[in-house]
Ligand binder design. Structure first.
Ligand code: ARG
Length: 269
């Protein structure tokens, strides 16, 4: 419910800012001209994410933690400002950037041409792919084409959603129904309860859900896609150069591997 309200507020905000752009086209773009200067002046950087995606972002009590939170902290530290993370629906993240509600988004978000129309991506920081989860012992599904005629759960607005919906007919599957959830964890519960046949989601989160539900669900078949995660900023924001610099430093220094290990090597969920 809270998420719905948030989405409405975001949508309303977006409509307003678009109207503002249309009328003069001057002042609202000034904001992103020197995003970095504005962030330094404010003494804080704001990030949106959807904290339902371990090990990249999840809640530890009230705090958003995970690989993306650590990368975000490195960006904030480099700029010498405070980091503020807001947890919203995944498909509200790009609208939030568009309406100026946040400086950037880190959400294990895959770079896609479609998304590039509405926001700018940093250099990629992680390779990923979509995989299939089924209830343990399900012998009906062992390869992608077995999804034909099945009910498949996805997180709404993700690349898993796009893959299963297969609007452009690019993928060789035709599922019976795509069930869209706000949170992967709810799709996984429905899978365990036998209400859906499979869940399609990103590989690292899939491993975490398997770990959290030992013996109840398993991964089957080959990887469905090849994807890359990157940070997202409002179109034209010069924050992208700063993020690219930090990501490069994290990679070159071996820190990126350390961060990934920290959230994947043991069951610290
Ligand atoms: N990589 C997928 C995508 O970009 C899923 C990301 C979901 N992220 C999240 N924080 N819930 O669509």
């Amino acid at each position: 419910m809270k998420k719905k309200i948030m989405a409405l507020i975001l949508a309303a905000g977006m409509a307003l800012s678009m109207a503002a752009c249309g009328s003069s086209g001057s002042s609202s773009s000034a904001k992103s001209d020197d995003a970095v200067a504005a962030i330094k002046k404010a003494g804080k950087i704001t990030m949106v994410t959807n904290a339902e995606f371990p090990p990249f972002e999840y809640k530890d009590g009230n705090k958003v933690t995970g690989i993306d939170a650590d990368i975000a902290q490195a960006v904030a530290d480099d700029l010498g400002v405070k980091l503020e993370i807001t947890d919203i629906a995944f498909d509200s993240c790009i609208p939030a950037l568009k309406s100026g509600k946040a400086d950037f988004c880190l959400a294990g978000m895959t770079v896609t041409d479609d998304r590039k129309k509405n926001a700018d991506f940093s250099d990629p920081y992680f390779d990923a792919s979509q995989v299939i989860l089924v209830k343990s012992g399900n012998t009906d599904i062992s390869k992608p084409s077995d999804l034909d005629g099945k009910v498949v759960g996805v997180q709404q607005g993700t690349t898993g959603d796009t893959y299963c919906t297969n609007e452009d007919g690019k993928n060789d599957i035709s599922v019976k129904e795509v069930k869209r959830y706000q949170k992967h964890v709810d799709a996984v519960s429905d899978l365990i309860a036998g209400r859906i046949d499979a869940v399609v989601l990103d590989d690292y989160p899939a491993e975490q859900f398997i770990e959290q539900n030992k013996g109840k669900i398993e991964k089957v078949g080959e990887n469905l896609t090849t994807e890359e995660y990157a940070a997202v900023v409002p179109k034209g924001s010069n924050l992208v150069d700063e993020i690219n610099k930090v990501v490069k430093n994290l990679k070159d220094s071996g820190k990126m591997n350390e961060i990934v290990d920290k959230y994947t090597s043991d069951s610290n969920q």
